[in-house]
Design a protein around this ligand. Structure first.
Ligand SMILES: Nc1ncnc2c1ncn2[C@@H]1O[C@H](COP(=O)(O)OP(=O)(O)OP(=O)(O)O)[C@@H](O)[C@H]1O
Length: 289
């Protein structure tokens, strides 16, 4: 439509010519949609094999053992031989320059891509679990949260598993005061921060013990940012939390910081010690903000 409008302004087109370009633009958009759908049909199906383990995970220690990842076999690795341990209930911030591999690292935990090496959660190699089962046990709050065109209830509890009381409890915990009714349709004009808070409600009702948070690159107002940090440190106190952080203002709230660069771990330790390191990568990133 925009292309049609611009063309009509440049060439001072008549209404019928304007309609013609409008139709062409719509047709082009529909062709892109068809192209995308065809791409999806070519995607390899994920294997659903594996063994469900009752009451897994008991302890939520996460252990990466020589984990590497490349998106395509003919491309360089974006994660290179990662080895680290996150203890049960620890809160870990992952930081690094743009493109260093932070989002790729957290995507391995829900097996979004095939990686080399082993990730143990609660002493179980996650490749031995059915992928759907694994994903129901880990809550992910993505950088660009998806909000379905539906009600607040459908967005927080898509499978209709929880009571109104549980859902309201989650909403009030994250202080989402915007809503009066669970069957209210969600307006897609919500801010990124508000969408992330709705994703956090999904995590809260499911009571998963592992929460992954990918901070948005978009600007989030300071109140919402503070609220998100409070949820991570206080509300998810009993969970193991891994949070990709772009803004380093709240980095001292975390037990540990893992600094990645070019897919490798450069520093891993408690934030106050790392910030004291002269010419350390965390202190350099921190001072630059
Ligand atoms: N789905 C993908 N397919 C191919 N390459 C990808 C894909 N996702 C990320 N990459 C590449 O992998 C590298 C690491 O990207 P990643 O998104 O993990 O970095 P990041 O540290 O999270 O960046 P940012 O801070 O900008 O979010 C980049 O070179 C990126 O271009």
């Amino acid at each position: 439509t925009k292309v049609g409008l611009v063309l009509s302004q440049i060439f001072s087109l008549t209404t019928s010519e304007h309609c013609f370009y409008d139709t062409i633009t719509k047709f082009q958009n529909q062709m892109i949609t068809v192209e995308r759908l065809l791409e999806y049909t070519k995607q390899k199906q994920e294997s659903k094999d594996g063994l469900v383990i009752e009451h897994w995970p008991k302890g939520c220690e996460i252990r990466f053992k020589d984990v590497s990842l490349s998106y395509k076999s003919d491309q360089d690795h974006v994660l290179k031989h990662l080895n680290f341990v996150i203890k049960n209930k620890q809160k870990v911030a992952i930081v690094g320059r743009t493109g260093s591999g932070k989002t790729s690292l957290i995507s391995t935990l829900v097996r979004l891509y095939d990686f080399e090496g082993t990730i143990f959660i609660g002493n179980v190699d996650i490749k031995t679990l059915p992928v759907d089962f694994l994903r129901t046990k880990i809550s992910v709050v993505p950088q660009e949260p998806t909000i379905f065109s539906g009600t607040l209830r459908e967005n927080i509890d898509p499978r209709g598993q929880y009571s109104d009381v549980d859902i309201w409890k989650a909403i009030s915990t994250v202080n989402l005061s915007l809503f009066r009714n669970l069957d209210e349709k969600i307006d897609n004009n919500l801010s990124v921060g508000q969408k992330q808070l709705i994703c956090m409600c999904r995590a809260l009702v499911r009571r998963n013990k592992i929460v992954i948070f990918d901070e948005s690159n978009a600007s989030v107002d300071s109140d919402t940012e503070a609220l998100i940090q409070k949820v991570i440190s206080d509300i998810f106190a009993e969970c193991t939390v891994i949070a990709v952080m772009h803004k380093l203002r709240y980095v001292l709230n975390f037990d540990l910081v893992l600094v990645v660069d070019k897919g490798m771990i450069i520093e891993y330790g408690d934030p106050s010690s790392l910030l004291k390191k002269k010419n350390g990568m965390l202190s350099n990133l921190f001072n630059r903000q």
